[in-house]
Design a binder for this molecule. Structure first.
Ligand code: FAD
Length: 503
């Protein structure tokens, strides 16, 4: 499994928003440059794309004062009704509104069947009733209930947050509906924080980029909330686009259009896949035709019992724990074919990074246990170029490869941070070439593995005997991975991808 976190974690979305804003403030307090303010109550009214910039008109909704913002690029993260999307003719939001209607409520429930450490679901032919824990101390749960089916299609105009609002259901109506469906069980609903009803929309834009204008998040796609992927999908869009825009704005992209187009090439299939996956799961959970009902009540329990791995795999796909980009679909992923004997070994471009335990080396001594993700926390503002050596430790034997690593670093020092990961053994820093990252006052970027686990995960094996370079993007996907003999292919790839730094 790709992720260390192959499970669903419930967290209120407003808290996630707080975490993101706190992280921005933290960066600001560290006096990092270019940390933007989040300004609330500013509404985008209209915008116009010019040859080399975009003019956006925004209005302060408190003072009604309008101002013009001139920017290089505009990213519409403005939800399903996106003004940005509607601002360009031909930007469509195709899809459908499902017939089923739903209620959603954050309520207190106190019943032995509904436990705070698990999601509880009543799978019924009339539709599911699910209680998902939110706050154990207050016995608060998010209740999701299918109310019924309608044979009426809604239009785009009624969509909110990927859902279509109807007249609000009351607590009493919801209580009555649940009582009737699960009698004699009585789930008493109390103290609702809010109650809402909605219809599910499955829609996706026809493109993610039009010239200097991009869209991300719900503005680009909306789908069934089953699996809880809407916000995650939007954050991934932003993560994918952010480093590309940063490279372009800093004049560090070798081919601006190729890089910016890769946003759509990489993210569109993911959005489509989530819509299809959550759509299928929703149909399986809610469909009341004979076949779906048979699959749900007769086949699914057998699958759960005898083939838990299959169910686990589907669940992980739904939760996007196995998300990789395909080199064929993206022009900025290195299509590298190792020579025969090494196929299927080395990790492929487009895969998400693998985590594992490392020792960080300082002053000739093994010093600190850290994980690969800890390393990325300090390197991922740039690309990270890892040299995986097969030596025991880092000694003068590694010098030719370290020289190559440094040569690449010197060419791309604005965009790449080099690190070395070796197998356990002696690290003779005195014998190896001068490490320029020392110059920057950082810890030396040399790490040692204790178990050979990471080498294996990245496909650098003692049996094959080839060392490798792995280039990791700031969004933590592999851009390129090559064996040592093919380092020229990595250099050619970099020529097409990043602009060299002035020496
Ligand atoms: C009931 C419910 C449950 C959900 N559960 C989950 C879950 O468990 N997990 C999950 O990952 N996702 C979940 N989602 C989906 C998730 O909430 C959305 O996918 C996510 O909020 C989308 O984020 P966004 O920033 O793209 O859009 P939004 O959250 O819609 O944010 C868009 C923002 O843009 C602002 N805006 C709109 N127009 C303009 C304009 N012209 N100018 C300036 N600002 C503008 C809006 O005010 C809003 O603040 C759920 C959604 C709902 C409704």
């Amino acid at each position: 499994m790709n992720s260390n976190f192959s499970f669903g974690l419930m967290n209120r979305q407003n808290k996630t928003v707080d975490y993101l804003i706190d992280a921005l403030h933290e960066k600001k307090s560290m006096r990092k440059k270019h940390v933007p303010n989040v300004e609330f109550c500013m509404e985008l009214i209209k915008y116009e794309e010019k040859d080399d910039h975009v003019i956006a008109v925004v209005k302060n909704t408190k003072s009604n004062v309008e101002e013009e913002i001139i920017c290089q690029y505009l990213v519409g993260c403005d939800g399903v009704h996106s003004t940005v999307r509607k601002g360009i003719n031909g930007w469509t939001f195709e899809g459908q509104t499902l017939k089923s209607s739903w209620a959603l409520a954050d309520v207190e429930i106190d019943h032995e069947l509904v436990k705070y450490d698990q999601a509880t679901s009543f799978v019924l032919n009339e539709g599911p009733i699910a209680a998902i824990p939110l706050d154990a101390r207050k016995n608060t749960y998010r209740l999701v209930v299918k109310i019924g089916d309608e044979n009426k299609n809604e239009t785009n105009d009624h969509v909110t947050h990927g859902l279509t609002n109807k007249n609000h259901i009351t607590l009493e109506e919801l209580q009555k509906l649940i009582d009737e469906r699960i009698a004699p069980i009585k789930l008493e609903l109390k103290n609702p924080v809010w109650i809402s009803n909605f219809k599910i929309n499955e829609r996706i834009v026809n493109r993610y980029r039009t010239g200097r204008v991009f869209i991300a998040g719900d503005a680009a796609h909306c789908h069934s909330p089953l699996g809880g992927q809407g916000m995650n999908l939007g954050i991934q869009d932003a993560h994918n686009l952010a480093f590309k825009l940063a490279l372009v704005i800093r004049d560090q992209a070798a081919d601006v259009n190729k890089l910016l187009d890769s946003y759509e090439h990489e993210r569109y299939p993911v959005g489509k896949n989530v819509i299809e996956g959550t759509g299928f799961a929703t149909k399986m959970v809610t469909g009341n035709d004979y076949i779906t009902s048979f699959l749900r009540t007769r086949i699914a329990p057998i699958l759960f019992h005898f083939f838990p791995q299959t169910v686990f795999k589907f669940q992980n796909n739904l939760l996007q724990n196995n998300l990789n980009y395909l080199p064929e679909s993206s022009e900025i992923l290195h299509k590298y074919k190792p020579r025969s004997g090494a196929e299927n070994q080395l990790i492929e471009a487009g895969h998400y990074v693998q985590d594992g335990l490392l020792m960080k080396i300082t002053s000739h001594k093994v010093h600190e246990r850290i994980t690969m993700f800890d390393v990325f926390r300090s390197t991922a503002l740039k690309h990270t170029l890892i040299l995986f050596t097969l030596n025991k430790g880092v000694t003068s034997d590694c010098n030719p490869l370290i020289e190559t690593l440094l040569e690449i670093y010197n060419d791309y020092k604005n965009t790449i941070t080099p690190i070395i990961i070796s197998y356990q053994g002696v690290v003779q820093t005195a014998d190896i070439p001068f490490m320029p990252f020392q110059e920057e006052g950082r810890e030396q970027h040399i790490f040692v593995e204790c178990k050979f686990e990471l080498h294996e995960k990245y496909g650098v094996t003692k049996e094959f005997g080839q060392q490798a370079f792995v280039l990791i993007r700031p969004d933590l996907y592999i851009a390129s991975a090559v064996f040592e003999d093919d380092v020229d292919k990595l250099k050619s790839f970099l020529d097409q991808y990043l602009v060299k730094a002035d020496r």
